[in-house]
Design a protein around this ligand. Structure first.
Ligand code: TLP
Length: 351
């Protein structure tokens, strides 16, 4: 019997490298990157800096390491960091911001993931013996827990005005920044222009197996390189990681629009199903989050029933299911997923 096809919508991190990436790994020119001698890493870092309109870049192992290295390179221990309350740094990075970087996170709520400049202004308190020194504002783009929402260049500019006025740095967790750029059909530099530094991931929708890049000024990247070393992230023949990254930057960005179209189609299908609700205004890139609270069942039961139909998904929070489209998910998978969701939801409604 042929094995059943699994449609894995848990994350775009599950994407496998393309044949071209595997070939690029096989043929990569290598050297010791701690000595700065890996030509493939050097080329990727130059390409990343150029694409983002910044001076320099640094290859790191993961998005989490990129955020931690960036937090530590932008601040001193004991300082205060303003960030969005649902941000990845605050929710999913094991508290590294405090445990390792020694910083005080100051979370601000927002409705769609974009910090309100007025809230940022209010969070920057005057100099006072009781208060930690504010050092950094962090934004996340696209915003994961808000459903892949885009923080627009105009919103970034408004936040940056407040940061600049108070002498704070502005950092962007741009794990999926190319999704934002493709969705708005603008150059990615529109999103990076007003931030001091940022990171983006190769290992998510760009299909690479490993890697993220920290991008900023020469001075910032020199500091980041040393901090990466402290964290054990100095790598040797890292060209095997950089080689697929070069393929990704050259070939994998434009196709993100397919993922966005698939996410839209999926959300439209889900919106017609009784018992589940989807906020279409949040379906802006490659994520679809929907609420199953009307079904009055445990999330695990819903996910396990879907799994029996060959569909993998995750919950973002109680009763909120997240599905992420990516390379390898085609239109027919979207139709199958909608059909499976209809079936599971109707079984649970009657059951
Ligand atoms: N996000 C993962 C999970 O950790 C939730 C996912 O499946 O979406 N910033 C953002 C905005 C992210 O979404 C992620 C990963 C990271 C940072 C961390 O990247 P990695 O997983 O490479 O450490």
């Amino acid at each position: 019997m042929p094995s059943k096809e699994i449609i894995d919508l848990r994350s775009d991190t599950v994407t496998l490298p393309t044949e071209e990436m595997l070939e690029a790994i096989r043929h990569a020119e290598l050297g010791d990157d701690v000595f700065g001698e890996d030509p493939t890493v050097n080329r990727l870092e130059e390409m990343a800096a150029e694409k983002m309109g910044k001076e320099a870049a640094l290859l790191v192992t993961s998005g989490t390491q990129a955020n931690l290295v960036s937090l530590m390179s932008n601040t001193k221990r004991g300082e205060l960091v303003i960030l969005e309350a649902e941000s990845h740094i605050y929710w999913y990075e094991v508290g590294g911001i405090s445990m390792i970087a020694g910083l005080l996170p100051w979370p601000l709520k927002s409705s769609m993931g974009a910090l309100d400049p007025k809230d940022v202004e209010a969070a920057i308190r005057p100099k006072n013996i009781h208060f930690p020194e504010p050092a950094l504002v962090c934004i996340e783009n696209t915003h994961n827990r808000h459903g892949g929402t885009i923080i627009t260049p105009e919103q970034i500019r408004a936040i940056s005005e407040v940061a600049v006025a108070h002498g704070l740095k502005l950092y962007m967790d741009g794990a999926r920044i190319f999704n934002a750029a493709v969705a708005l059909n603008v150059d990615v530099k529109e999103f990076t222009r007003h931030v001091d530094n940022l990171m983006f991931c190769l290992s998510k929708s760009l299909s690479c197996p490993i890697g993220s890049l920290v991008v900023g000024t020469q001075e910032f990247i020199e500091k980041a390189r040393k901090i990466r070393k402290v964290l054990g992230g100095g790598m040797r023949q890292a060209g095997i990681i950089a080689a697929p990254g070069i393929v990704a930057l050259e070939k994998m960005i434009d196709r993100l629009k397919e993922d966005h179209e698939n996410a839209k189609r999926l959300a439209e299908g889900i919106a017609k199903i009784d018992g589940v609700t989807v906020d279409m205004s949040r379906v802006q890139t490659n994520m679809v989050c929907f609420d199953i609270s009307c079904l009055r069942i445990e999330d695990d039961l819903f996910l396990s029933k879907l799994e029996k139909e060959g569909i993998l998904a995750l919950t973002n929070s109680k009763n909120v299911v997240r599905m992420v489209t990516h390379r390898g998910i085609e239109k027919n998978h979207i139709e199958k997923t909608i059909a499976a969701l209809e079936k599971v939801s109707s079984e649970l409604r009657v059951g």
